[in-house]
Ligand binder design. Structure first.
Ligand code: SAH
Ligand code: SF4
Ligand code: F3S
Length: 444
């Protein structure tokens, strides 16, 4: 039988933007090896999973998908199955014991090994779990030509007691500033208008660097702001302890730095924050919020909150509700505590019964939504700048994009993807603004 002209791969990505970006690198790298992307797993010669392990639900979702890969491989034994990312890193070689049909497994610092494995025609299963280098130099296949991610650091030096990430992504390492700025120059020349800086704790960036390659996070924001063509800069995730005056000043002064700060709270109770090892208490967090609001009054603040941490009392939880009410977030990701292997919190006593967690979650979500909706009303009647992404998912006669405050905007208009337009907002729900494009306002 003739060999197919080119082999095909299929990647399923779980987890955070860091993983999305790593998958872009995998795709780019496979492209240079002559592979094409396949729309379905059935048609793929190489089935890849880029996994997440942040909560138990993430593990379960992935393992359900893996069952399909097993079936496809049984039907077509030449198929190669690869598992990368944080789940793979957290179980290491146990991958092959639990799932013997997996051919290659690799951690987040080992993406380049995938190419080596494929090029070598290896016949035995192999695992790669030592962090070696950044994927920054690997080619990328971007989903949108006008938006790009920029990985500025890898790993995390924090010790949040609930979190598996330090063990899956290792100690924090920053990429040299010169290399990052060169990458942004290239992206800008390539038509990118919005970059999102990625790291587990982006604003501790640079502390491990020396000499001319060392910039602080705030300096990095300013240096990227100065690059022609970059109109919007976002970043995720910062840690409240490291959102200092210099970073907030960059928000206030740099035209490209967006008016949105994600400020993960986790809990409003100082007692629980201590058990979480977050290194700030309720008061210090609120002081940061006040400092940010003073310098950037219209900023959108979003957050992450964990409900049902071991030992969380009704009074602790009410403190979380109070903070949510006081801050008035523009949006929040809310999670039920999930014990993760190897973390301190997984060993703590005081696990809460499921109905209690569920009931608290419902109250929290109700408050988050109500406050976010109230906050959104400030945009009604205003013009907001929107970076157009394409047709609306729910109504193809309308367009969709994002405002600088990171709200989804659905609007009537004629702009093309990648354009920046002004949209007059006519109504607002908690997460979406509705409006119409102002004609003659287009740039780009
Ligand atoms: N480095 C980032 C994001 C880490 S993961 C940061 O510090 O903000 C994203 C969110 O998942 C966390 O902010 C936290 O709210 C949630 N999370 C992490 N581990 C969790 C666990 N074991 N159970 C429930 N939620 C968790
Ligand atoms: Fe996890 Fe905390 Fe690091 Fe975020 S800062 S990745 S929550 S350890
Ligand atoms: Fe998940 Fe790893 Fe991201 S555990 S959230 S993919 S850093």
């Amino acid at each position: 039988m003739d060999e197919p002209v080119s082999k095909r791969f299929h990647v399923t990505t779980f987890g955070c933007q860091m993983n999305e970006h790593d998958s872009e690198r995998m795709k780019g790298m496979l492209g240079t090896l002559g592979y094409r992307e396949s729309a379905t797993r059935e048609d793929a010669d190489l089935i890849l999973f880029n996994t997440c392990s942040i909560r138990e639900a993430a593990d379960n979702r992935f393992i359900a998908h893996l069952g399909e890969a097993k079936r496809l491989k049984a039907e077509s034994p030449g198929t190669v199955v690869g598992v990368g990312g944080c789940w793979a890193q957290s179980v290491k070689d146990e991958v092959f014991e639990r799932f013997p049909f997996v051919d290659v497994a690799f951690g987040p610092g080992q993406i380049h090994k995938l190419a080596e494995f494929i090029a070598s025609d290896a016949i035995t299963a192999q695992g790669f779990f030592e962090f070696e280098e950044f994927a920054g130099h690997l080619p990328t296949q971007r989903d949108r030509e006008f938006q790009a991610w920029l990985q500025i650091s890898q790993g995390c030096n924090c010790v949040c007691s609930y979190c598996i990430v330090p063990s899956t992504r290792g100690r924090e390492r920053s990429r040299p500033a010169g290399e990052l700025l060169a990458e942004v120059q290239t992206l800008a020349a390539d038509g990118v208008r919005e970059v999102t800086l990625l790291g587990q704790n982006v604003n501790s960036y640079g502390r491990d660097l020396r000499g001319e390659d060392r910039l602080s996070f705030a300096e990095l924001l300013r240096a990227i702001d100065a690059i022609d063509g970059i109109e919007r800069i976002r970043y995720t995730s910062p840690h409240p302890k490291d959102i200092r005056e210099d970073v907030v000043a960059a928000h206030a002064e740099c035209p490209a730095v967006c008016e949105h700060i994600h400020l993960p709270l986790q809990s409003g109770s100082s007692r629980i924050l201590k058990a979480m090892r977050r290194t700030y208490n309720r008061q210090r967090y609120m002081d940061r919020v006040a400092m940010i609001r003073e310098r950037v009054p219209d900023v959108a603040l979003t957050t992450d909150i964990i409900v049902g941490f071991p030992g969380e009392t009704e009074a602790d939880f009410e403190e979380t509700l109070e903070v949510v009410d006081e801050v008035g977030y523009d949006g929040a990701f809310t999670f039920v505590f999930s014990p993760r292997r190897g973390t301190l919190a997984a060993e703590l006593e005081g696990a809460l019964p499921h109905p209690v967690k569920k009931e608290r979650m419902a109250r929290l979500v109700e408050l988050v939504q109500r406050r976010a909706k109230e906050r959104s009303q400030r945009f009604v009647g205003r013009d907001v700048e929107v970076l157009v992404e394409g047709p609306s998912r729910t109504d193809p006669t309308r367009l969709r994009g994002r405002s600088r405050h990171n709200k989804a905007v659905n609007f009537e208009g004629t702009a093309r993807p990648g354009e920046l337009v002004e949209v007059e907002v006519s109504s607002a729900s908690s997460q979406t603004l509705l409006g119409a494009e102002r004609l003659l306002s287009r740039t780009g």
